[in-house]
Design a protein around this ligand. Sequence first.
Ligand SMILES: [Ca+2]
Ligand SMILES: [Ca+2]
Length: 328
Amino acid sequence: MATPTSAVSPLCVAVTYQGHGASGTARWALPVQVTVSSVADNSTIAAWTQTTDTSGRLWFLPSLPMPSAVNVAVKNSHALGSMALNVPYPWGVDCLGMPTLLEGDANNNDQVSITDFSILRTAYGQTCPACDARSDFNEDGQVSITDFSLLRSNYARSGPSTSLLVAGRLPDDALPFGSEADGQLLFGSGPSCGTAATVRFVPLVPPDLIAGTAEVAIYVDVADGKQADSADVTITWDDAQFSVLDIAAGSDFPVTIYKELGLGAARFASGSIARNLPAGSVHVATAVVRARSWSEISTPFTVSAAAVSCAGSALSTGWSTNEVSRDR
Ligand SMILES: [Ca+2]
Ligand SMILES: [Ca+2]
């Protein structure tokens, strides 16, 4: 914002964006709707849109006359709003720290609901700018499993998150809403998110030699028995040896987010919006496989890409060579 032209000092508001990585990048320089309202009835006194700097801050010159205390709210178009209540006006030189903007509100109605999931699902896999940026919640230029994970962590919430100003202090934003601890508000206990995961395959049933099909389950093993909320796995195989007829969501990640099935390659993403997330060995999906000849299968499914997420954070994800072996 403009530098002050008089002795009046500009007021600063500090916004925190959930899941946007460390501050100091363009992922923090975003437009927010700023609303200053009455403490008595929350009626709007002033409202405008302003872009934060790469640290999430914005400044504006105070206008007078104003009440001696106000409510201040900020909202980004794909996050729930947040509000600081009963802030002395003007509040001085320190930035007014706002509760974290919780991601997942793709349609900008201040609720995270199935409609937002639908927007994400439709745009899933897109790379920006040729994307529906409403569901690139973490502003990393892709609509990916991490965005689903952010949406999921705030599912069924409404804005604004509020912070009551304690007399003489700025709102304590040390524990951002939407963190693991915050999950306690909605889910009873927060997820115990894993940090590492490995993709593996499990032949579920012996080949049906008459139909020529078999089922192969895709699992993600989350290290240390920890939890995850979603996975996105791309597999390839030798189409001369077998074909994949279908892939369906697994028992632990029953929500299909994305499915693209071709000759020799498939990408499948699924997740859970359930309160209790799966832990440890997670059944992501099941593929129905038809071999040209089961006796001739020798090469495995190969994982060419995999991402696993939990509460908006990516797990370090690896895989081993997994043979979909003939069962003789
Ligand atoms: Ca919404
Ligand atoms: Ca993204």
